[in-house]
Design a protein around this ligand. Structure first.
Ligand SMILES: C[S@@+](CC[C@H](N)C(=O)[O-])C[C@H]1O[C@@H](n2cnc3c(N)ncnc32)[C@H](O)[C@@H]1O
Length: 267
């Protein structure tokens, strides 16, 4: 396979290395994140420090944590930035955010141009840590981003929309053209803000039930609920909760899924 370099770094596709190169875009993203001195910012996949450098330019941060998997990039980052920065050479998917937040004594602000191959898996992983996360500003490929904030009756609405909006308020912020990156990806990207709910709008007894319910409903999303959920409920039970059993998985609001999840929990 052809080797591609960026700033003398051999790009590793297996870790979705796509680097932000447009300085105006970098400035806009960082301005939108609006970092402040006493906040504890953690960047996922800093790469060659495009966002990192700009964050340090505009805010005299007390602390900044970087988590990067590629040892070559870690060495470059160590050379580039001073001791104030805590650079961790590790896999984000095994990082314990409770420990990190405990160490800095504060909730974390997470940011990053995420590795696209693990982006969805990663945010679901992060949802277990929402009580130690203040907010998240992430770049996603547009196709994933639109699924995060999709509402019922849209084709993008699915399990990812439900689980994300269950945990966070989702705010689309910026659309970023493919030409802002090297190498140029095939798709546009979006910067999103995810703000964990401090008071959940969706009181639910057992989140595991919401997960199994949506899995079942969306496995056959064209089927009506009376059919797709028949292993859990009969038609009368669905109707008693004020939900029309002739609707399909994509027509049901998160509130309604939570109602069904609570009913399932009581069975
Ligand atoms: C899309 S690049 C972004 C690079 C840089 N932030 C930028 O915008 O130019 C994703 C970065 O995440 C790193 N990465 C990939 N998988 C990772 C993982 N599991 N844990 C930590 N970092 C990872 C890659 O090595 C790469 O530096």
């Amino acid at each position: 396979m052809k080797k591609i370099y960026y700033k003398n770094h051999l790009i590793k596709k297996k870790w979705s290395q796509v680097f932000l190169k447009d300085q105006n875009v970098i400035d806009t993203i960082v301005k939108t994140i609006n970092p402040k001195k006493h906040q504890k910012i953690l960047e996922i996949g800093p790469g060659l420090g495009a966002l990192t450098k700009q964050i340090l330019n505009i805010a005299d941060l007390d602390s900044l944590i970087l988590i990067e998997r590629d040892s070559n990039l870690v060495n470059r980052l160590v050379q580039m930035f001073n001791k104030k920065i805590n650079i961790l050479h590790q896999d984000i998917m095994t990082t314990n955010f409770f420990d990190l937040s405990h160490k800095v004594g504060q909730k974390l602000r997470l940011i990053g141009n995420l590795p696209y191959n693990i982006a969805t898996e990663l945010i679901v992983y992060l949802f277990q840590y929402t009580n130690v996360i203040y907010d998240m500003h992430f770049m996603f490929q547009k196709e994933v981003a639109t699924r995060l904030y999709a509402n019922p009756n849209k084709k993008e609405y699915g399990r990812l929309s439900i689980i994300t909006q269950y945990h966070c308020k989702v705010v689309p912020l910026l659309t970023i053209p493919a030409t802002s990156f090297f190498p140029i990806p095939k798709v546009e990207s979006m910067v999103m803000r995810l703000l964990p709910h401090t008071n959940t709008p969706y009181p639910i007894v057992n989140i595991g039930k919401l997960s199994s319910l949506t899995k079942l409903a969306f496995r056959q999303r064209r089927k009506t609920l009376r059919n797709s959920l028949s292993t859990f409920f009969n038609e009368t039970e669905i109707t008693q909760k004020g939900i029309n059993p002739a609707l399909r998985a994509e027509n049901i609001t998160i509130n309604q899924y939570c109602t069904l999840a609570n009913m399932l929990n009581n069975k």
